[in-house]
Ligand binder design. Structure first.
Ligand SMILES: Cc1cc2nc3c(=O)[nH]c(=O)nc-3n(C[C@H](O)[C@H](O)[C@H](O)COP(=O)(O)OP(=O)(O)OC[C@H]3O[C@@H](n4cnc5c(N)ncnc54)[C@H](O)[C@@H]3O)c2cc1C
Length: 436
């Protein structure tokens, strides 16, 4: 099927591929006897790109992807859908069907533990799964401890009532909760970096303001930003939605009372009628369990997976590779790579190339390791909803002669978009994940 046909299908109905949820089922469950085994934990942008690349580059390897969710749901392009400005733009992908098409294995299971000494992955549903090479691609988790300490009940209540929608499995709940909003103060917040898709909260504020205005809902969006904001957006907040967006820079949430619907900041307490509460982010719990966290210059563990940025290898283990949003800092010049889907696909491919080379060399780190293909990222965000207006943010990377990675960021206005964002999104499916 050609990209043009895909665009026709997806543009018209919102959905439409042969690997849509539930269409194809068959996949082999047995691993090839004697082959080196690669287990990929996390089957989204980073993990599935890596699986596809390994299939092409190292067909002799036995590749298994494990993810707790059987269906991939996309966060990119989800915000206009959230406010009913577009149908769901990115199709949902059946991971089992995709694996069957491309010739790797997929297991839907929750990974509880990595046993690095035994080189095995322990899940709640089966296994253990032995590996020669492990790729961790588990994305992010919410760190509610910053707000609730050890009170997991309060954290669960906050998440159930006021989901942030920064993990894909929350999107439907987020939309249902939003539709019950009848007016008052709609609170969103921007935590301290690094965060997922940095412009996403600002895009959300703009589109939510449009949603309130166009539906004549008597309310406003209050944005509490731990940082100073993105100038491109904060200017527009004042120019276009002065009555609908109340922006508070340098305001960090310190505590949340989900029952009284109040957040405490360093200054005032803020009451809300509804909220999308985004706690600080971190790598998912299994990264810490596996002993793969990075360390800051003082030796304190960070919240992210410590990585050799030029090999995408875990700092603690030659057999473990890392890709996607879970990475710790990669350069003292700019810190983290932006946590975007586009970036995750490039990192997944690059990590797969490293694994393929190491497996060919019988495990030895030697001169045959390819130099890392440095990633790049493209992000399309909406500046406004009616008429549509977009911004494309690109980041490029270069290796300096002193061995440090440099970053260059550019922003491009697109005042009359003609589906470029959809073309880009579907391109990730076809070019990176291998959807046919
Ligand atoms: C509102 C919003 C808009 C966005 N828009 C864009 C955009 O326009 N462009 C863009 O490039 N990016 C965008 N992003 C960012 C993008 O969604 C992320 O950067 C991307 O999802 C990261 O991919 P990943 O593969 O690293 O992690 P994830 O997508 O988080 O995938 C990790 C996978 O690991 C699985 N997993 C985790 N732990 C376990 C476990 N213990 N056991 C089994 N499975 C596990 C999860 O189920 C998940 O499928 C947006 C994000 C948000 C929140």
């Amino acid at each position: 099927m050609k990209r043009r046909e895909l665009l026709g299908l997806v543009g018209g109905t919102g959905l439409g591929w042969s690997v849509l949820s539930g269409v194809a089922r068959a996949t082999s469950s047995a691993s090839a006897a004697g082959a080196q085994r690669v287990v990929i934990v996390g089957g989204a942008w980073a993990g599935l790109s890596a699986a596809r690349e390994l299939r092409q580059r190292a067909p002799a390897l036995d590749v298994l992807v494990i993810d707790r969710e059987p269906v991939l749901r996309a966060l990119p392009l989800s915000t206009p859908w959230l406010v009913d400005r577009t149908p769901e733009r990115m199709p949902r992908l059946d991971r089992t069907a995709l694996a069957a098409q491309l010739g790797y294995r997929f297991v839907a299971a929750d990974v509880l533990r990595i046993d690095r000494a035994q080189r095995s992955v322990v899940t709640a549903q089966g296994g253990p799964y032995a590996y020669d090479w492990l790729l961790m691609a588990t994305g992010i988790a919410y760190d509610y401890s910053a707000w609730f300490g050890a009170d997991t009940q309060a954290a669960q209540t906050a998440r159930a009532l006021y989901p942030a929608g920064f993990v894909a499995s929350e999107l439907d709940l987020l939309k249902t909760r939003l539709q019950s909003f009848t007016g008052g103060n709609l609170l969103i917040n921007v935590p301290a970096p690094p965060s997922r898709c940095p412009p996403a909260p600002y895009e959300r504020a703009m589109l939510l303001a449009w949603w309130l205005k166009s539906r004549r809902i008597k309310g406003k969006v209050t944005v509490l930003d731990a940082g100073g904001g993105m100038p491109r957006f904060t200017r527009l907040f004042g120019e276009r939605y002065p009555d609908h967006i109340d922006f508070h820079p340098h305001t960090t949430i310190r505590a949340v009372d989900p029952f009284a619907r109040t957040v405490s900041t360093d200054g005032d307490d803020v009451h809300f009628d509804h909220a999308m509460l985004l706690p600080p982010l971190r790598a998912s719990a299994v990264v810490e369990q596996a002993g793969l966290l990075g360390h800051d210059p003082q030796g304190k563990p960070t919240r992210w997976a410590g990585v050799d940025p030029l090999r995408l290898r875990a700092l603690q283990d030659e057999r473990v590779f890392l890709a996607g949003d879970l990475l710790d800092t990669v350069s003292p010049l700019f810190g983290h790579y932006p946590k975007t889907a586009h970036m995750a696909t490039r990192l997944g491919v690059a990590a797969a190339q490293q694994i393929a080379a190491r497996s060919r060399a019988g495990g030895a780190a030697n001169a045959s390791e390819p130099p890392l293909a440095l990633p790049h990222s493209v992000c399309h965000v909406w500046l406004d909803a009616d008429p549509f207006e977009q911004l494309r943010i690109e980041t490029q990377y270069r290796l300096r002669s002193d061995g440090l990675i440099t970053q260059a960021v550019s922003q491009h206005d697109n005042p009359q978009p003609r589906g470029e964002e959809l073309q880009w999104g579907l391109g990730l499916y076809t070019d990176a994940l291998g959807v046919k």
